[in-house]
Ligand binder design. Sequence first.
Ligand code: ATP
Ligand code: MG
Length: 157
Amino acid sequence: QRTDFINFFHEVIDRFEMNLSEDMKLQRDLPNEKYDVWVDKDKMVQVLDNIISNAIKYSPEGGTIRLQVSKQNRQLLVAVSDQGTGIPYDKVDRIFDRFYRADQARSRKLGGTGLGLAIAREIIEAHHGSIWAKSKEGKGTTILFTLPLVNKKRRGK
Ligand code: ATP
Ligand code: MG
């Protein structure tokens, strides 16, 4: 469906805010503009739910999760940054692999299958976008992805 991503993202974040523990804050850095993208909304909810719940899950001491959207050429760029455990630099590229979980011992305690980001990557790539991560161990993680913007001059399709 053709979707105003900013509006859609606000709704997803609203749901997280409703049952967030007191030590976590969500900081929205979303432009006050209409950014249209073609998305399967249910699938995109799955992507955002996993990225945001990872940010919360891997922030044992709480902190602020920053949610940013910007425009880069004809792409929408979404970034979700946390101040959590981070990921060792040599493992960052593997977090999108199926069943991969960094720091098995700690992760096992937190629960999960290690499929969330692999599914997120499949969904983003099916939408002709890309997804990657930046992280510093002990400092935090940023997950970024792009989606092609709808060409405004063209209508319908
Ligand atoms: P699932 O999402 O299937 O419940 P999961 O969260 O362990 O399980 P993924 O979402 O695929 O799996 O993430 C893979 C691994 O990447 C995680 O186990 C964790 O080690 C690491 N990871 C993902 N996001 C973060 C983050 N924000 N901070 C630190 N580590 C992360
Ligand atoms: Mg996950």
